[in-house]
Design a binder for this molecule. Structure first.
Ligand SMILES: *Cc1c(COP(=O)(O)O)cnc(C)c1O
Length: 383
């Protein structure tokens, strides 16, 4: 217990200045854990194995609430409840894995050859890992200075004689750039590859965009996509990795059915056992915060990111931010500041070399930003 106490103390200490990674540290789950303790559900081995959208033979699950989480989110991304298939995932990466896997199977339904996976070179590395796992030819498309896929480069690279699995970055990892989905779709429409599947990697931005005036960016009714992955431990403030994945029922019917007799169904999920507890937390978050609460938080983080960018400008320290983004990237400050604030490093010659970024989540306050900017100012004087 002493070792656990020491670990907890150290983690609490570090939390105060953790602003370099996209985790909302305002987890606000105390009431949930009190309920959980009272419910004694820790005496039960819960498991969400099986297709959450179908009746299950194994009763010790939270499928019903999993479906309510999916039904809350589906319309926000332009899915109709009748056509939507979705689940709560282990993480954003798990959602990307299902998106790419379902994409490959959908495309192979029409054309047996493996598709080419097209993604921007600044997209999250999980896409590269997953393309590698699935033995896909990966075509990395050059980005502009702001980190967006250069659509004319996509046009040049696209091979219409092969199926295309296109992964759209809704928020690149470092600069928070959003690929131009409409322009990408226009290229696809004009060049007509033999098959197309579009997956949105919206792990971070997909959390808050539906709750802003930019919600059209993730609305599939406006620019079509086949699936989307979002993380639950980023914007939504869950205290452990989770996420959700949405696609259409038609997509799922094109995957290999592998009927599982003892589960009385065909199971489209890649993981067999799936977490039932994270579902409870996600459901609780949705109930507790609701649409109005998420709208308020989305507005607040974007306003705070704008404030941070403004403070950099006042200081005369070069910094950048996309208008839809809660990420501010800037010339890298001293090593000491990098460590203290857990800042992630990157490098881009086009922007003068060494960079760092801050991902403004709900726990980032004006006071914290002011303190940080003051430290940057002092270190510039000394540097
Ligand atoms: C965080 C992130 C991921 C990975 O999500 P995890 O939930 O950490 O697995 C993938 N893509 C983007 C754009 C991300 O921001």
């Amino acid at each position: 217990m002493a070792r656990l106490d020491a670990l907890a103390e150290e983690i609490h200490r570090r939390r105060a200045t953790a602003i370099g990674y996209p985790n909302n540290q305002n987890t606000d789950l105390e009431e949930f854990y009190r309920w959980y303790e009272k419910s004694k559900l820790y005496e039960v081995a819960l498991n969400n194995v099986g297709d959450p959208r179908l009746p299950s033979l194994f009763a010790l699950n939270t499928h019903q609430l999993e479906n309510e989480v999916i039904d809350f989110f589906a319309p926000l991304y332009g899915f109709s409840l009748e056509d939507c298939w979705g689940m709560v995932t282990n993480s954003g990466t798990d959602g990307n894995m299902h998106g790419m896997y379902f994409g490959v199977k959908t495309l192979q339904h029409a054309n047996k050859a493996l598709p080419v996976c097209y993604v921007s070179e600044e997209a999250h590395y999980s896409i590269k890992r997953l393309a590698d796992l699935m033995n896909l030819e990966l075509c990395l498309i050059k980005t502009d200075r702001s980190g967006r896929m250069m659509v004319e480069e996509f046009d040049k690279a696209l091979d219409p004689s092969r199926s295309a699995l296109v992964v759209v970055a809704m928020g690149t990892t470092f600069k928070g750039a959003i690929d131009d989905r409409a322009a990408i779709n226009a290229v696809v429409r004009e060049r007509k590859p033999v098959g197309v599947y579009v997956h949105l990697d919206a792990a971070l931005f997909g959390g808050y965009l539906p709750f802003t005036t930019h919600r059209e960016l993730v609305d599939r009714k406006l620019a079509d996509f086949d699936s989307v992955a979002v993380s639950g431990h980023k914007f939504f403030g869950c205290d452990e990795p989770m996420g959700f994945f949405l696609t259409t029922k038609a997509t799922v019917t094109r995957t290999n059915p592998f009927n599982v007799t003892y589960l009385n169904e065909s199971v489209p999920t890649i993981s067999c056992s799936r977490n039932a507890l994270t579902v409870l937390k996600f459901w609780w978050k949705v109930q507790k915060t609701g649409k109005a609460g998420f709208e308020e938080q989305a507005q607040a983080i974007l306003a705070m990111a704008q404030y941070l960018k403004g403070q950099f400008d006042k200081l005369g320290h070069e910094a950048w931010r996309d208008e839809h983004s809660n990420t501010v990237y800037f010339h890298r400050p001293s090593e000491e500041i990098m460590k203290k604030y857990e800042l992630a490093p990157d490098y881009d010659d086009r922007l003068g070399g060494a960079l760092a970024h801050i991902v403004v989540m709900q726990h980032v306050t004006v006071e914290l930003i002011d303190r940080f900017i003051e430290e940057v100012r002092v270190s510039r004087l000394n540097g």
